[in-house]
Design a protein around this ligand. Structure first.
Ligand code: UDP
Length: 354
């Protein structure tokens, strides 16, 4: 079984590390890694390959920047070449980025079966580039590996039950990575957080591309930080530039984006997670921390139902109120929500068959 795996963005490196490990363990799968180059900075890409012992991709496209159309179009062309050259039995894609969509579309047009990890997630907000990518990717996939019950239900509502495709609720591979790597967590270099702190991340286009939303969030972070609840913010390069453009002064402990092992260390020690990331919402839960999410919707609705995550949009007063009200709250773990750490093994077992 020859599988061409398409990765390109930070969360995909983290997810692919545990799935590729499971492939090696189970045997019989010849995996070829293709890195599109969507994320390319040392601290957004290389560090994950080093820390998570991901083999060097045999195909590196170095495609990044440009509009969504330009980036996705260039990837589509190059991935098509790679599929023709490698003749894989299957193409494997992760999540909801431009790399995901380009990989799935290139494969489907060449009649190569597509497996999608993290299928079925929906925010129901078509203004999000990720929502467009995930809906279209699901449409052309043959095996839909869903991370949650809600994801399966979304696909059922869209009529997938009546199509000749497989929908499997395997659990979430990010829980596998959190469990597998948490013992190896390390502090960020030259950094030792002693006091309690808020761990914040901010990079969703819906926030960074709207100056009024971004300014409202920056005001909330600054006010929290100045009130004595220290805000530690590993800042995505795109967000840093966008904040500078708003002209609002950010008062927080801003650090460079960290590697995954440093991120796990911060997650283990923080008093609360404040984020607009998809993955970080779940990681807060895996480490027993309450999460305040600076978005208007989430794909991980079971966290809202469990009362461990709350949506606050980009509203300064709501952000501050929810952070203060939830800081230090320990959240009970119900690991079965996300498959209990067996997702990658289940995926490898399925893909080793045919
Ligand atoms: N992450 C990291 N370093 C950081 C910020 C995030 O390793 O400085 C990890 C985080 O722990 C999670 C993943 O990156 O595993 C989430 O990626 P991101 O927030 O970029 O994407 P999303 O999940 O929103 O698609």
């Amino acid at each position: 079984m020859k599988i061409l795996t398409i990765i390109g963005a930070r969360p995909q490196f983290i997810k692919a590390s545990v799935v590729s490990n499971a492939f090696r363990k189970i045997g019989g799968i010849d995996e070829i890694l293709l890195h599109t180059g969507q994320h390319f900075d040392a601290n957004m890409s290389d560090v994950f390959f080093e820390q998570l012992a991901i083999p060097k991709p045999s195909i590196q496209l170095n495609i990044h920047g440009g509009t969504h159309g330009v980036m996705t179009g260039r990837m589509l062309m190059e991935i098509e070449h790679a599929i023709c050259a490698e003749s894989p039995d299957r193409v494997l894609v992760y999540g909801d980025t431009n790399s995901t969509l380009a990989g799935a579309l290139a494969a489907a047009k060449l009649h190569v079966p597509v497996a999608h990890i993290e299928a079925g997630l929906r925010s129901f907000n078509m203004l999000m580039p990720e929502e467009i990518n995930r809906i279209l990717t699901d449409q052309v996939s043959n095996i839909l590996f869903c991370p949650t019950k809600a994801a399966v239900q979304n696909l059922e509502r869209e009529g997938f039950r009546y199509r000749p495709v497989e929908m499997l609720n395997v659990g979430d591979v990010m829980q596998d990575s959190a469990l597998f790597f948490s013992e190896r967590a390390v502090p960020p270099a030259g950094y030792d957080v002693q006091d309690e702190f808020i761990l914040a991340t901010l990079h969703r286009a819906d926030n960074t591309d709207h100056p009024e939303r971004l300014a409202a969030i920056v005001m909330a972070l600054s006010e929290l930080h100045e009130s004595g609840l220290r805000v530690v913010l590993p800042l995505h390069p795109r967000t840093r530039a966008a904040i500078d453009r708003t002209g609002v002064k950010l008062k927080a402990e801003v650090i460079e984006p960290v590697g995954y092992l440093e991120m796990l260390w911060l997650l283990q020690r923080c008093g609360l997670v404040l984020t607009d990331s998809g993955g970080v919402q779940k990681e807060a839960f895996f480490f027993g921390k309450a999460c305040v999410t600076m978005r208007d919707q989430t794909e991980w609705v079971e966290l809202l139902d469990a009362g461990v995550n709350v949506l606050v949009g980009a509203d300064t007063a709501r952000i501050i109120k929810q952070v203060k009200g939830n800081f230090g709250r320990i959240v009970a773990d119900n690991s079965q929500l996300y498959g209990g750490g067996l997702a990658s093994q289940r995926i490898a077992e399925r893909l080793s068959c045919n």
